[in-house]
Design a protein. Structure first.
Length: 111
């Protein structure tokens, strides 16, 4: 995972074209970049983020920032009740229980 100014990116490699493709995640805006070497990829990533921030400033637009950490969540009442019971049984708040559970599951994909 690459990071610049709080923005993170994922990278894939197109073997047929011999090119790395990157995409900034954690934002609703589309920010992409590519390079033929790791050094070029890093340079293009930083340039893309900086260019995005500059374009937003020039347009008087607030850049979409990485996620805030707040998730409006709608679940069926029976799941809400079960989650609250699980949290209580573990001696924690529902918010802390949900955060821990989401973190455990998300770590499986962050590797």
């Amino acid at each position: 995972m690459m990071e610049h100014k709080g923005y993170r990116a994922t990278v894939t490699f197109d073997d047929a074209a011999g090119v790395f493709h990157g995409e900034v995640i954690d934002t609703r805006d589309v920010i992409v970049f590519e390079g033929r070497s790791v050094a070029q990829l890093r340079k293009e990533f930083k340039h893309s983020v900086d260019d995005y921030l500059k374009a937003c400033r020039e347009r008087g637009r607030t850049p979409d920032r990485p996620f805030s950490g707040k998730i409006p969540l709608r679940i069926p009442p029976e799941i809400h009740r079960a989650a609250a019971a699980a949290a209580k049984a573990q001696g924690t708040s529902l918010n802390a229980w949900i955060a821990k559970t989401v973190e455990e599951e998300a770590r499986k994909f962050a590797r």
